[in-house]
Design a protein around this ligand. Structure first.
Ligand code: HAM
Length: 430
Protein backbone atom coordinates (compact mmCIF):
# COMPACT_ATOMS: atom_id res chain seq x y z
CA UNK A 1 0.00 0.00 0.00
CA UNK A 2 1.36 3.45 -0.81
CA UNK A 3 2.12 5.56 2.26
CA UNK A 4 0.03 8.63 2.88
CA UNK A 5 1.81 11.94 3.25
CA UNK A 6 0.92 15.50 4.18
CA UNK A 7 -0.53 17.25 1.11
CA UNK A 8 1.89 19.28 -1.05
CA UNK A 9 2.33 22.76 0.39
CA UNK A 10 1.18 21.69 3.89
CA UNK A 11 3.44 20.49 6.68
CA UNK A 12 3.56 19.17 10.21
CA UNK A 13 5.12 21.37 12.84
CA UNK A 14 7.06 19.36 15.37
CA UNK A 15 8.95 20.04 18.59
CA UNK A 16 11.31 21.74 19.23
CA UNK A 17 10.11 24.18 16.51
CA UNK A 18 6.57 24.32 17.94
CA UNK A 19 8.04 25.89 21.10
CA UNK A 20 9.24 28.75 18.91
CA UNK A 21 5.76 29.16 17.37
CA UNK A 22 4.28 29.34 20.86
CA UNK A 23 6.87 31.89 21.97
CA UNK A 24 6.19 34.07 18.92
CA UNK A 25 2.44 33.96 19.57
CA UNK A 26 2.93 34.77 23.27
CA UNK A 27 5.11 37.81 22.43
CA UNK A 28 2.59 38.95 19.78
CA UNK A 29 -0.33 38.67 22.23
CA UNK A 30 1.63 40.58 24.85
CA UNK A 31 2.48 43.43 22.43
CA UNK A 32 -1.09 43.58 21.05
CA UNK A 33 -2.52 43.84 24.54
CA UNK A 34 -0.22 46.77 25.37
CA UNK A 35 -1.60 48.58 22.31
CA UNK A 36 -5.10 47.71 23.51
CA UNK A 37 -6.07 45.23 20.77
CA UNK A 38 -8.50 42.37 21.40
CA UNK A 39 -8.60 39.01 19.66
CA UNK A 40 -11.08 38.10 16.92
CA UNK A 41 -11.54 34.57 15.55
CA UNK A 42 -13.42 34.31 12.27
CA UNK A 43 -14.36 31.08 10.45
CA UNK A 44 -11.77 29.36 8.29
CA UNK A 45 -14.18 29.31 5.33
CA UNK A 46 -16.46 32.02 4.03
CA UNK A 47 -18.82 32.75 1.15
CA UNK A 48 -16.66 32.95 -2.01
CA UNK A 49 -18.26 36.30 -2.89
CA UNK A 50 -16.59 37.89 0.16
CA UNK A 51 -13.13 37.40 -1.34
CA UNK A 52 -14.21 38.05 -4.94
CA UNK A 53 -15.61 41.43 -3.90
CA UNK A 54 -13.20 42.26 -1.09
CA UNK A 55 -9.81 41.10 -2.36
CA UNK A 56 -10.69 41.60 -6.06
CA UNK A 57 -11.53 39.27 -8.99
CA UNK A 58 -8.42 40.26 -10.92
CA UNK A 59 -5.91 39.56 -8.17
CA UNK A 60 -3.72 36.43 -8.32
CA UNK A 61 -5.24 35.31 -5.04
CA UNK A 62 -8.82 35.28 -6.28
CA UNK A 63 -8.20 34.38 -9.92
CA UNK A 64 -5.96 31.37 -9.33
CA UNK A 65 -5.09 30.60 -5.73
CA UNK A 66 -8.31 30.00 -3.82
CA UNK A 67 -9.58 26.66 -2.54
CA UNK A 68 -13.18 26.95 -3.60
CA UNK A 69 -15.91 24.32 -3.76
CA UNK A 70 -19.63 24.03 -4.27
CA UNK A 71 -21.04 23.09 -0.90
CA UNK A 72 -24.06 20.92 -1.67
CA UNK A 73 -27.36 21.49 0.05
CA UNK A 74 -28.16 18.74 2.55
CA UNK A 75 -31.76 19.68 3.10
CA UNK A 76 -34.46 21.45 1.13
CA UNK A 77 -34.12 24.41 3.46
CA UNK A 78 -30.46 24.83 2.44
CA UNK A 79 -29.08 26.02 -0.84
CA UNK A 80 -25.93 24.98 -2.62
CA UNK A 81 -23.31 27.61 -1.93
CA UNK A 82 -19.86 28.46 -3.25
CA UNK A 83 -17.47 28.44 -0.29
CA UNK A 84 -13.76 29.26 -0.04
CA UNK A 85 -11.03 28.52 2.50
CA UNK A 86 -9.89 31.96 3.57
CA UNK A 87 -6.78 33.11 1.64
CA UNK A 88 -6.41 36.05 4.05
CA UNK A 89 -8.24 37.40 7.09
CA UNK A 90 -8.93 41.09 6.46
CA UNK A 91 -12.10 40.49 4.42
CA UNK A 92 -13.42 38.16 7.15
CA UNK A 93 -12.72 40.72 9.88
CA UNK A 94 -14.49 43.47 7.95
CA UNK A 95 -17.42 41.11 7.27
CA UNK A 96 -17.65 40.44 11.02
CA UNK A 97 -17.38 44.17 11.76
CA UNK A 98 -20.39 44.78 9.51
CA UNK A 99 -22.36 41.72 10.65
CA UNK A 100 -22.03 42.54 14.36
CA UNK A 101 -22.53 46.29 13.79
CA UNK A 102 -19.29 46.98 15.62
CA UNK A 103 -19.21 50.49 14.13
CA UNK A 104 -22.26 51.46 16.17
CA UNK A 105 -20.14 51.61 19.32
CA UNK A 106 -18.73 54.81 17.83
CA UNK A 107 -15.14 54.00 18.71
CA UNK A 108 -12.28 52.31 16.96
CA UNK A 109 -12.22 48.53 16.77
CA UNK A 110 -8.69 47.17 17.27
CA UNK A 111 -8.71 43.47 16.48
CA UNK A 112 -5.98 40.88 16.07
CA UNK A 113 -5.99 37.31 14.81
CA UNK A 114 -3.64 34.35 14.63
CA UNK A 115 -4.54 31.48 12.36
CA UNK A 116 -4.19 29.43 9.18
CA UNK A 117 -4.78 30.82 5.69
CA UNK A 118 -4.90 28.89 2.40
CA UNK A 119 -3.57 29.74 -1.06
CA UNK A 120 -2.87 27.37 -3.93
CA UNK A 121 0.57 28.78 -4.68
CA UNK A 122 3.65 27.01 -6.01
CA UNK A 123 5.26 25.78 -2.78
CA UNK A 124 8.84 26.76 -2.00
CA UNK A 125 10.80 27.84 1.06
CA UNK A 126 8.64 30.38 2.89
CA UNK A 127 5.65 29.79 0.62
CA UNK A 128 3.09 27.18 1.57
CA UNK A 129 -0.49 26.31 0.66
CA UNK A 130 -1.50 26.33 4.31
CA UNK A 131 0.35 29.02 6.22
CA UNK A 132 -0.30 31.00 9.36
CA UNK A 133 -0.76 34.73 9.71
CA UNK A 134 -0.59 36.95 12.77
CA UNK A 135 -2.53 40.05 11.82
CA UNK A 136 -4.34 43.04 13.19
CA UNK A 137 -6.86 45.57 11.93
CA UNK A 138 -7.87 49.03 13.18
CA UNK A 139 -11.28 49.96 11.79
CA UNK A 140 -14.13 52.27 12.68
CA UNK A 141 -16.34 55.14 11.60
CA UNK A 142 -14.45 58.24 10.40
CA UNK A 143 -15.51 60.26 13.47
CA UNK A 144 -13.65 57.73 15.64
CA UNK A 145 -10.40 58.81 13.99
CA UNK A 146 -10.07 55.76 11.73
CA UNK A 147 -8.75 57.84 8.82
CA UNK A 148 -6.10 59.60 10.83
CA UNK A 149 -2.48 59.18 9.67
CA UNK A 150 -1.65 58.65 13.35
CA UNK A 151 -3.35 55.23 13.12
CA UNK A 152 -1.00 54.25 10.26
CA UNK A 153 2.07 55.42 12.16
CA UNK A 154 0.95 53.72 15.37
CA UNK A 155 0.42 50.38 13.59
CA UNK A 156 3.88 50.64 11.98
CA UNK A 157 5.51 51.60 15.27
CA UNK A 158 3.78 48.62 16.94
CA UNK A 159 5.20 46.30 14.26
CA UNK A 160 8.70 47.66 14.78
CA UNK A 161 8.28 47.02 18.52
CA UNK A 162 6.97 43.50 17.95
CA UNK A 163 9.87 42.56 15.67
CA UNK A 164 12.35 44.03 18.14
CA UNK A 165 10.81 42.12 21.05
CA UNK A 166 10.97 38.91 19.05
CA UNK A 167 14.67 39.49 18.55
CA UNK A 168 14.40 39.99 14.79
CA UNK A 169 17.13 42.36 13.73
CA UNK A 170 17.96 43.65 10.28
CA UNK A 171 14.43 44.18 8.93
CA UNK A 172 13.56 46.84 6.36
CA UNK A 173 10.28 48.75 6.33
CA UNK A 174 9.14 49.96 2.90
CA UNK A 175 6.17 52.28 2.60
CA UNK A 176 4.22 53.93 -0.20
CA UNK A 177 0.90 55.61 -0.81
CA UNK A 178 -1.36 54.20 -3.52
CA UNK A 179 -3.74 57.14 -3.16
CA UNK A 180 -7.47 57.33 -2.65
CA UNK A 181 -10.15 55.72 -4.77
CA UNK A 182 -10.30 58.91 -6.84
CA UNK A 183 -6.50 59.14 -7.33
CA UNK A 184 -6.25 55.61 -8.63
CA UNK A 185 -8.14 55.95 -11.96
CA UNK A 186 -5.91 58.95 -12.85
CA UNK A 187 -2.80 56.92 -12.20
CA UNK A 188 -4.07 53.87 -14.04
CA UNK A 189 -4.77 56.05 -17.10
CA UNK A 190 -1.24 57.49 -16.93
CA UNK A 191 0.18 53.97 -16.52
CA UNK A 192 -1.79 52.60 -19.45
CA UNK A 193 -0.66 55.45 -21.68
CA UNK A 194 2.98 54.91 -20.72
CA UNK A 195 2.74 51.13 -21.12
CA UNK A 196 1.07 51.15 -24.53
CA UNK A 197 4.22 51.80 -26.63
CA UNK A 198 6.51 49.43 -24.65
CA UNK A 199 4.40 46.54 -23.33
CA UNK A 200 4.92 44.57 -26.58
CA UNK A 201 8.56 44.12 -25.51
CA UNK A 202 7.70 43.01 -21.97
CA UNK A 203 6.94 39.57 -20.46
CA UNK A 204 3.64 37.74 -21.00
CA UNK A 205 2.44 38.48 -17.46
CA UNK A 206 3.00 42.19 -18.02
CA UNK A 207 1.16 42.04 -21.35
CA UNK A 208 -1.84 40.47 -19.63
CA UNK A 209 -1.70 42.75 -16.60
CA UNK A 210 -1.40 45.88 -18.74
CA UNK A 211 -4.92 45.00 -19.87
CA UNK A 212 -6.50 43.54 -16.74
CA UNK A 213 -4.75 45.28 -13.83
CA UNK A 214 -1.94 47.66 -14.89
CA UNK A 215 -0.86 48.35 -11.26
CA UNK A 216 0.38 44.77 -11.00
CA UNK A 217 2.97 45.47 -13.71
CA UNK A 218 4.93 47.28 -10.98
CA UNK A 219 5.32 43.91 -9.19
CA UNK A 220 7.10 42.24 -12.14
CA UNK A 221 10.49 40.75 -11.19
CA UNK A 222 11.67 39.78 -14.73
CA UNK A 223 15.11 41.45 -15.08
CA UNK A 224 14.66 42.49 -18.75
CA UNK A 225 11.45 44.37 -17.86
CA UNK A 226 12.99 46.49 -15.11
CA UNK A 227 14.23 49.41 -17.28
CA UNK A 228 10.70 49.77 -18.75
CA UNK A 229 9.14 49.70 -15.29
CA UNK A 230 11.59 52.21 -13.84
CA UNK A 231 10.60 54.63 -16.58
CA UNK A 232 6.85 54.41 -15.83
CA UNK A 233 5.09 57.31 -14.08
CA UNK A 234 5.14 57.18 -10.27
CA UNK A 235 1.91 56.97 -8.31
CA UNK A 236 3.16 59.76 -6.02
CA UNK A 237 2.70 62.17 -8.94
CA UNK A 238 -1.01 61.28 -9.25
CA UNK A 239 -1.93 61.79 -5.59
CA UNK A 240 -4.36 64.58 -4.79
CA UNK A 241 -3.59 67.15 -2.10
CA UNK A 242 -5.40 65.24 0.68
CA UNK A 243 -3.59 61.94 -0.03
CA UNK A 244 -0.25 63.73 -0.26
CA UNK A 245 -0.85 65.43 3.11
CA UNK A 246 -1.97 62.13 4.66
CA UNK A 247 1.21 60.36 3.56
CA UNK A 248 3.40 63.25 4.69
CA UNK A 249 1.76 63.09 8.14
CA UNK A 250 2.40 59.32 8.39
CA UNK A 251 6.07 59.90 7.54
CA UNK A 252 6.36 62.79 10.02
CA UNK A 253 4.96 60.67 12.88
CA UNK A 254 7.33 57.80 12.02
CA UNK A 255 10.26 60.23 11.95
CA UNK A 256 9.26 61.58 15.37
CA UNK A 257 9.06 58.06 16.82
CA UNK A 258 12.38 57.19 15.10
CA UNK A 259 10.97 54.24 13.19
CA UNK A 260 13.19 53.80 10.14
CA UNK A 261 11.62 53.28 6.72
CA UNK A 262 12.32 53.71 3.04
CA UNK A 263 9.87 54.89 0.39
CA UNK A 264 9.19 52.43 -2.40
CA UNK A 265 7.22 53.83 -5.34
CA UNK A 266 6.54 50.38 -6.68
CA UNK A 267 4.91 48.97 -3.55
CA UNK A 268 1.31 48.56 -4.70
CA UNK A 269 0.62 45.13 -3.08
CA UNK A 270 -1.35 42.24 -4.48
CA UNK A 271 -4.81 42.91 -3.05
CA UNK A 272 -7.24 45.37 -4.59
CA UNK A 273 -8.68 46.89 -1.41
CA UNK A 274 -5.72 49.11 -0.57
CA UNK A 275 -5.97 52.89 -0.48
CA UNK A 276 -3.33 55.40 0.60
CA UNK A 277 -0.65 53.85 2.86
CA UNK A 278 0.79 50.47 1.87
CA UNK A 279 3.77 48.82 3.51
CA UNK A 280 5.92 45.72 3.78
CA UNK A 281 8.62 44.60 6.18
CA UNK A 282 11.25 42.49 4.44
CA UNK A 283 14.17 40.46 5.76
CA UNK A 284 17.29 39.42 3.88
CA UNK A 285 17.47 36.04 5.64
CA UNK A 286 14.34 34.86 3.81
CA UNK A 287 15.63 34.53 0.24
CA UNK A 288 13.16 34.94 -2.63
CA UNK A 289 10.06 35.11 -0.41
CA UNK A 290 11.48 38.01 1.59
CA UNK A 291 8.24 39.70 2.72
CA UNK A 292 7.89 39.05 6.43
CA UNK A 293 4.64 40.92 6.54
CA UNK A 294 2.48 43.27 4.54
CA UNK A 295 -0.43 45.58 4.99
CA UNK A 296 -1.99 48.91 4.41
CA UNK A 297 -5.06 51.07 4.54
CA UNK A 298 -8.40 49.96 3.03
CA UNK A 299 -10.77 52.92 3.36
CA UNK A 300 -13.40 51.58 0.92
CA UNK A 301 -13.44 47.85 1.77
CA UNK A 302 -16.46 47.94 4.07
CA UNK A 303 -18.62 49.61 1.40
CA UNK A 304 -17.37 47.09 -1.22
CA UNK A 305 -18.89 44.27 0.82
CA UNK A 306 -22.10 46.08 1.67
CA UNK A 307 -21.21 47.84 4.92
CA UNK A 308 -21.13 51.42 6.21
CA UNK A 309 -18.19 53.76 5.68
CA UNK A 310 -15.47 52.28 7.87
CA UNK A 311 -11.90 53.25 6.98
CA UNK A 312 -9.27 50.89 8.33
CA UNK A 313 -5.64 49.87 8.33
CA UNK A 314 -3.98 46.59 9.17
CA UNK A 315 -1.31 44.06 8.43
CA UNK A 316 -0.62 40.35 8.38
CA UNK A 317 2.66 38.76 9.34
CA UNK A 318 3.61 35.44 7.72
CA UNK A 319 4.21 33.45 10.90
CA UNK A 320 6.01 30.69 8.97
CA UNK A 321 8.44 33.35 7.72
CA UNK A 322 8.96 34.78 11.21
CA UNK A 323 9.97 31.29 12.32
CA UNK A 324 12.35 30.90 9.36
CA UNK A 325 13.90 34.27 10.13
CA UNK A 326 14.43 33.45 13.77
CA UNK A 327 15.92 30.08 12.87
CA UNK A 328 18.24 31.84 10.43
CA UNK A 329 19.25 34.21 13.20
CA UNK A 330 20.11 31.14 15.25
CA UNK A 331 17.98 32.23 18.13
CA UNK A 332 15.97 29.11 18.12
CA UNK A 333 18.14 26.30 19.29
CA UNK A 334 16.11 23.36 20.61
CA UNK A 335 15.49 23.88 24.29
CA UNK A 336 17.52 21.55 26.48
CA UNK A 337 16.10 19.99 29.60
CA UNK A 338 17.68 21.21 32.85
CA UNK A 339 18.76 17.70 33.66
CA UNK A 340 18.53 14.01 32.87
CA UNK A 341 18.05 11.65 35.76
CA UNK A 342 19.87 8.34 35.28
CA UNK A 343 18.75 5.58 37.67
CA UNK A 344 21.65 3.16 38.19
CA UNK A 345 19.88 -0.19 37.92
CA UNK A 346 16.21 -0.99 37.47
CA UNK A 347 15.71 -1.11 41.24
CA UNK A 348 16.33 2.65 41.30
CA UNK A 349 13.51 3.49 38.83
CA UNK A 350 10.89 4.33 41.51
CA UNK A 351 13.35 6.59 43.38
CA UNK A 352 14.24 8.28 40.09
CA UNK A 353 10.58 8.96 39.33
CA UNK A 354 10.21 10.48 42.80
CA UNK A 355 13.23 12.75 42.27
CA UNK A 356 11.95 13.79 38.81
CA UNK A 357 8.55 14.57 40.32
CA UNK A 358 10.16 16.74 43.00
CA UNK A 359 12.23 18.72 40.48
CA UNK A 360 9.42 19.09 37.93
CA UNK A 361 7.08 20.39 40.63
CA UNK A 362 9.74 22.96 41.39
CA UNK A 363 9.60 24.16 37.76
CA UNK A 364 12.59 22.23 36.37
CA UNK A 365 12.50 20.69 32.91
CA UNK A 366 13.51 17.07 33.49
CA UNK A 367 14.11 14.04 31.27
CA UNK A 368 13.85 10.69 33.02
CA UNK A 369 16.18 7.87 31.89
CA UNK A 370 15.82 4.20 32.67
CA UNK A 371 17.60 1.86 35.08
CA UNK A 372 18.02 -0.76 32.36
CA UNK A 373 20.48 1.50 30.49
CA UNK A 374 24.21 1.05 30.93
CA UNK A 375 25.97 4.14 32.27
CA UNK A 376 27.53 4.97 28.86
CA UNK A 377 24.14 4.85 27.16
CA UNK A 378 22.63 7.12 29.83
CA UNK A 379 25.43 9.67 29.32
CA UNK A 380 24.99 9.61 25.54
CA UNK A 381 21.22 10.02 25.78
CA UNK A 382 21.53 12.79 28.38
CA UNK A 383 24.09 14.75 26.36
CA UNK A 384 21.61 15.05 23.47
CA UNK A 385 18.62 16.34 25.41
CA UNK A 386 19.77 17.93 28.66
CA UNK A 387 22.30 20.35 30.13
CA UNK A 388 23.34 17.95 32.84
CA UNK A 389 22.96 14.42 34.16
CA UNK A 390 22.14 13.34 37.73
CA UNK A 391 23.23 9.84 38.75
CA UNK A 392 20.96 8.05 41.18
CA UNK A 393 22.25 4.77 42.61
CA UNK A 394 21.76 3.01 45.97
CA UNK A 395 24.57 5.05 47.58
CA UNK A 396 23.20 8.37 46.39
CA UNK A 397 19.68 7.48 47.53
CA UNK A 398 20.96 6.61 50.99
CA UNK A 399 23.38 9.47 51.49
CA UNK A 400 21.24 12.12 49.80
CA UNK A 401 24.38 13.29 47.98
CA UNK A 402 23.99 13.12 44.22
CA UNK A 403 26.56 13.16 41.41
CA UNK A 404 25.81 15.85 38.82
CA UNK A 405 27.72 16.46 35.60
CA UNK A 406 27.26 19.69 33.67
CA UNK A 407 27.85 19.03 29.95
CA UNK A 408 28.73 22.60 28.98
CA UNK A 409 31.52 22.95 31.57
CA UNK A 410 32.41 19.25 31.82
CA UNK A 411 32.49 19.62 35.62
CA UNK A 412 31.25 16.75 37.76
CA UNK A 413 30.22 17.63 41.35
CA UNK A 414 28.52 16.18 44.39
CA UNK A 415 25.38 18.06 45.36
CA UNK A 416 23.00 17.44 48.22
CA UNK A 417 19.43 16.66 47.26
CA UNK A 418 18.21 19.80 49.02
CA UNK A 419 20.50 21.98 46.90
CA UNK A 420 19.94 20.16 43.62
CA UNK A 421 17.26 22.47 42.18
CA UNK A 422 19.30 25.60 42.92
CA UNK A 423 22.41 23.99 41.44
CA UNK A 424 20.56 23.06 38.23
CA UNK A 425 19.00 26.53 37.93
CA UNK A 426 22.48 28.08 38.17
CA UNK A 427 23.58 25.76 35.32
CA UNK A 428 21.07 27.42 32.97
CA UNK A 429 23.20 30.54 32.73
CA UNK A 430 26.46 28.75 31.94
P1 HAM B 1 -0.42 39.50 2.06
O1 HAM B 1 0.71 40.37 1.63
O2 HAM B 1 -1.13 38.75 1.00
O3 HAM B 1 -1.44 40.42 2.84
O4 HAM B 1 0.09 38.48 3.15
C1 HAM B 1 0.75 38.94 4.30
C2 HAM B 1 1.93 38.07 4.63
O5 HAM B 1 1.52 36.70 4.72
C3 HAM B 1 3.04 38.05 3.57
O6 HAM B 1 3.90 39.15 3.72
C4 HAM B 1 3.74 36.74 3.89
O7 HAM B 1 4.65 36.93 4.98
C5 HAM B 1 2.60 35.86 4.36
N1 HAM B 1 2.20 34.96 3.27
C6 HAM B 1 1.41 35.21 2.22
N2 HAM B 1 1.28 34.14 1.43
C7 HAM B 1 2.00 33.15 2.00
C8 HAM B 1 2.28 31.78 1.68
N3 HAM B 1 1.74 31.19 0.60
N4 HAM B 1 3.09 31.08 2.50
C9 HAM B 1 3.64 31.65 3.60
N5 HAM B 1 3.41 32.93 3.96
C10 HAM B 1 2.61 33.68 3.17
C11 HAM B 1 -2.59 40.01 3.42
O8 HAM B 1 -2.89 38.85 3.57
C12 HAM B 1 -3.43 41.14 3.95
N6 HAM B 1 -4.69 40.57 4.50
C13 HAM B 1 -2.68 41.93 4.99
C14 HAM B 1 -3.49 43.05 5.54
C15 HAM B 1 -4.15 43.08 6.72
N7 HAM B 1 -3.72 44.20 4.94
C16 HAM B 1 -4.48 44.94 5.70
N8 HAM B 1 -4.77 44.26 6.78
Amino acid sequence: MSTLKAVRGTRDLLPPETALWNRIEAVARSVFSRYNFGEIRTPVFEDTALFARGVGEETDIVSKEMYTWEDRARAQSEKTQSLTLRPENTAGVVRAYIEHKLGESGHLQKLYYIGPQFRRERPQKGRYRQFSQIGAEVIGPPHAGSESPLRDAEVLEMLATLLDELGITGWTLKINSVGSASDRPKYIEALKAALAPVVGQMCDDCKRRAETNPLRVLDCKVPEDQPFIDALPKIADSLDEASRAHFAAVCAALDAARVEYTRDHRLVRGLDYYTRTTFEFTHGGLGAQNALLGGGRYDGLSELIGGPKAPGIGFAIGEDRLVLTLLALEQAKGELADTYIAPLGEGMNPAALTLARELRRGGMRVELGDGSFRLKKSFEAADKVARSIVLLGEDEAQSGILTVKNFATGVQTKVSRAELAAHLAAGRDK
